[in-house]
Design a protein around this ligand. Structure first.
Ligand code: ZN
Ligand code: ZN
Length: 144
């Protein structure tokens, strides 16, 4: 049984996650903005092993070394990001998840890069740049 489900814009790609995400974060960085086309992005961080895709995860794109993002093969919806420095984790675009309403973000990553007109009045922790430290803290520890 999947706790969390999702789909891309066209419905060709389905997402299933068996466990709660370890973290949910906004990201204001330029890359996430371009990937999503939105003024900010939000992602839920799941353990890689608990997530599956049907029929597959689509197209993989690497622009920056150590970062792989995937997109629906049919419609191009952004699906995931994986980061070499966060091993074992997959960051699923919050908007593709059916339960996005239950997944409240905890952080604003790259707050210093926020668009100046975008005002979000919440209590989330704000990281000027990467939320790397906080996200590593909740990531799966690499097997020895
Ligand atoms: Zn699609
Ligand atoms: Zn980002």
């Amino acid at each position: 049984m999947s706790k969390f489900t999702g789909r891309c814009y066209c419905g060709a790609t389905k997402v299933f996650a068996k466990e709660e995400p370890k973290a949910v974060t906004y990201c204001h960085c330029d890359d996430c903005r371009r990937v999503t086309g939105a003024p900010l992005a939000a992602f839920a961080a799941f353990e890689n092993a608990t997530v599956s895709f049907e029929p597959n995860e689509g197209r993989s794109v690497t622009v920056n070394h150590g970062v792989t993002r995937t997109f629906c093969q049919a419609c191009g919806s952004p699906l995931t990001g994986r980061y070499d420095y966060l091993p074992g984790m997959v960051y699923i675009a919050l908007g593709v998840l059916d339960q996005a309403d239950e997944l409240t973000p905890q952080f604003h990553a790259h707050e210093s890069n926020r668009l100046p007109w975008l005002k979000i009045d919440d209590k989330c922790k704000r990281m000027a740049t990467s939320a790397r430290e906080a996200l590593i803290a909740v990531s799966v520890k690499p097997k020895e």
